[in-house]
Write a protein that binds this ligand. Structure first.
Ligand code: ZN
Length: 303
């Protein structure tokens, strides 16, 4: 790998621009090595403050970290066997809580009046959330780049999952509801994705998005922050970054919550750890300092 070594006090020449605001000046924060031993810089845009991984990884570097194994690995970066029942139950609990916290269920009642409430989950992996929505009466579809992950949902769960690049996807009709669960930080261009989402949502439709949150915890922990996964995490949004990005495309924030204290769940965690985790999780939720966030946006109705 012929990458220039990034030193903490030295700013390498960057030819890249900020995806959100097109600025070309960045402030170097720190560097972090990937599992493959490649060093990446974590930079903050000097204009809009969006934190990003630079230089952006090549296609080959990204291909090496995503693959069939990505969904079957136990690390902070992948999943502990994504196909297991335990994982499904755990995911469903998080969705119920997140959806409740951002006011989804009231919106859902309004949608259920029509014959087909249409939903799309972007970066749906094996489609567990698609399945969850179908069970609630939605006509839900997913879109996923990883064939390995989508295959399970298509063949084992009988779901509609489009295996293609989201930016090239042309749906027949607009959706009432779109979700991105921990996906936007993986996308090459969150700006293009947000624009695309806006064109695919009907006026009054809802977008719910979760992502890791750049804030107090990430700033204090730096390279050891649990979500600092290079190179697959390309962007680290603050609340303001996310709200601003959505607003450009007529998506207005209508509900939000932060959660997660930095304590990672693992099998066999002891009583003291569990207690500390539970207290810390509650504290950050109350103070809005969680290192994960969920936002609900509504698309403006013209006129
Ligand atoms: Zn910027």
């Amino acid at each position: 790998m012929n990458r220039p070594v990034v030193l903490a006090n030295q700013k390498p020449a960057l030819s890249e621009t900020c995806d959100a605001c097109s600025a070309t000046h960045f402030k170097f924060l720190f560097s972090k090595a990937s599992a493959a031993g490649i060093e990446y810089g974590i930079y903050e845009c000097s204009r809009c403050g969006l934190v990003q991984t630079l230089p952006r990884p090549t296609e080959k570097e990204l291909e090496e970290c995503y693959g069939a194994h990505y969904f079957q690995r136990r690390t902070d970066r992948g999943y502990d066997n994504y196909f297991s029942d335990a994982m499904r139950t755990q995911l469903q609990k998080v969705w119920d809580m997140n959806l409740q916290d951002v006011g989804f269920f009231e919106f859902e009642k309004l949608c259920m009046g029509g014959p087909d409430a249409r939903a799309l989950d972007v970066g749906c992996a094996s489609g567990f959330f698609v399945d969850y929505l179908n069970r609630r009466g939605w006509q839900a579809e997913g879109i996923e780049l990883s064939e390995a992950a989508a295959g399970f949902g298509i063949h084992e769960l009988g779901l509609t999952i489009h295996v293609q690049d989201f930016l090239e996807f042309q749906p027949a009709k607009p959706y009432d509801f779109i979700t991105l669960w921990a996906s936007i930080e993986h996308l090459r261009s969150p700006l293009k994705a947000m624009q695309k989402i806006s064109t695919m949502l009907r006026p009054g439709g809802m977008l719910i998005l979760s992502t890791c949150r750049w804030g107090l915890l990430s700033r204090s922990l730096g390279p050891s922050w649990r979500f600092l996964n290079v190179p697959e995490h390309l962007f680290y949004f603050s609340r303001a970054n996310l709200v601003e990005l959505a607003k450009q495309f007529h998506l207005n924030a209508v509900g939000s919550v932060t959660y997660g204290s930095g304590f990672t769940r693992f099998p066999g965690m002891g009583f003291l750890y569990r207690t500390a985790k539970s207290l810390a999780d509650r504290a950050v939720k109350v103070t809005g300092q969680g290192d994960m966030m969920v936002y609900a946006f509504r698309k403006e109705i013209p006129g």
